[in-house]
Design a protein around this ligand. Structure first.
Ligand SMILES: *Cc1c(COP(=O)(O)O)cnc(C)c1O
Length: 431
């Protein structure tokens, strides 16, 4: 396996692109080496410009839950393309996608479509502030909610990998209303609530996915919602990653919890730029044109993206792959733990539904602090061995791997074999 064309394109890309990538998670900063350039993908497979073939566990960081270019999605997109690309006026497909989304998330009476997860979350926060009349916000360390100013504090994802505490260019004023709590620690939330009377919202990834996979413990989410309710604070579930992925109704359906405002992205567009935020009528009626909270978008509800989203969600509902995801996920978890114990590698594996990833540590990973005990050097070695054995993983310790319903038995065995080889390589680094 060689990466000559990728290397060539990387050098070329550096001239007019920042780091040759349009999103920092795509850079290989924490695993070493140069990023791969992709030529195409189909089903469970992704192919780079050097014609290396991989089983894809990145899936564009989640959206491609059916695998790449599913026939039904492709057909729907082609059909939509014939009618035009964008109109600046409503189309019937927006209503159809809104129906599917509101059916899946019963707490949503109405939904507004935007073009990214970042936009969905920043709008949801504006909405919570408009509705409560308060400014403060509680977020959890290690949770990532997109790159808007107020949320670039103690965020996970690319920021975790690059160890940037926040970001340059974010004024102190923009984050002064953001309070940080610890994941799975209700007392850390209570402390803020005791100290501040003007909290608009608590925002959380109901299943942590941007510090690696971190599961909510026991009744943490239920207690959090009770606590919020008791103080007139809105709970925002950032389900940009987990929506339609944990279950059709997201982490909320899987865990039997609810939130006041829900944010979606990734799967909802089936690979096209769609984000969404929604809530009960009373809250959504704050949004312009019904109410005084302004939020807009030239390409919001884009017809091609809506067609892709509708076709993806209909097919996903038909397939109902969630039980299968659990089985495959458990197999990969078992394979990693077995290979680790055979090779005396300290390893914890966190998994929830179709999100999974290993942490090279002895410590149980329950929050951002414990996630950071992972040996990222070992992950880098593991990553490159997986690549060389035909498995495409996110190039970071702090990103979840994703399963698609296109995975075949052959693919799964290929991943299991790659894990055995990669864990051996980690062990020899140990010595
Ligand atoms: C990916 C992600 C976002 C940001 O979505 P973009 O489409 O990248 O802007 C926000 N929140 C969570 C939980 C995410 O996983």
């Amino acid at each position: 396996m060689d990466f000559k064309k990728s290397q060539k394109l990387y050098k070329k890309g550096l001239v007019h692109m920042v780091g040759a990538v349009n999103s920092p998670v795509r850079a290989f900063a924490s695993v070493g080496g140069n990023p791969l350039f992709i030529k195409k993908a189909k089903g469970s497979q992704i192919i780079d410009v050097d014609n290396n073939k991989y089983v894809d566990l990145v899936l564009s960081y989640g959206p491609m839950i059916l695998g790449h270019r599913h026939n039904k999605v492709q057909k729907a997109i082609h059909k939509a393309l014939k009618n035009g690309y964008t109109f600046g006026a409503s189309t019937e497909n927006e209503i159809k996608l809104a129906e599917i989304v509101c059916d899946a998330f019963p707490e949503m009476d109405k939904v507004r479509f935007v073009s990214s997860g970042t936009e969905a979350v920043l709008s949801a926060i504006r909405l919570a502030r408009a509705f409560t009349g308060h400014d403060k916000l509680i977020k959890f360390a290690g949770c990532y909610h997109g790159h808007s100013d107020a949320l670039l504090v103690a965020a996970g994802s690319g920021l975790a990998t690059l160890s940037i505490p926040g970001s340059k260019g974010v004024p102190n004023d923009a984050v002064k209303n953001t309070l940080i709590a610890e994941y799975n620690n209700l007392d850390s939330v209570k402390k803020h609530i005791d100290e501040h009377k003007d909290i608009a919202a608590i925002i959380i990834e109901p299943i942590g996915g941007n510090m690696g996979v971190v599961l909510p413990q026991d009744n943490f989410l239920k207690d959090l919602h009770e606590l919020a309710k008791a103080h007139g604070i809105l709970l925002i579930a950032d389900e940009v990653m987990t929506g339609f992925r944990s279950k059709f109704g997201g982490a909320q359906e899987l865990l039997g919890v609810t939130a006041d405002i829900t944010c979606l992205g990734k799967v909802v567009g089936g690979g096209f730029p769609v984000g969404a935020y929604g809530a009960r009528n009373e809250i959504m009626e704050m949004v312009s044109p019904l109410g005084p909270m302004y939020q807009a978008g030239t390409l919001s509800g884009n017809p091609i993206a809506m067609a892709s989203g509708i076709a993806t969600l209909r097919e996903l509902k038909r397939q109902d792959p969630y039980a299968e995801f659990n089985k495959v996920g458990e197999r990969l978890k078992a394979a990693m733990l077995f290979a680790a114990s055979e090779n005396n590698v300290d390893l914890k594996v966190n998994r929830f539904g179709s999100m999974i990833n290993p942490f090279f540590t002895k410590t149980e990973v329950v929050d951002f602090k414990t996630a950071q005990t992972s040996d990222t050097k070992k992950f880098g070695i593991f990553f490159w061995e997986m690549i060389k054995n035909g498995v495409f993983l996110p190039p970071s310790q702090f990103e979840a791997w994703f399963l698609s319903s296109a995975l075949s038995e052959e693919d799964i065995q290929k991943i299991e074999k790659a894990i055995q080889v990669a864990m051996k390589a980690v062990a020899s680094y140990n010595k």
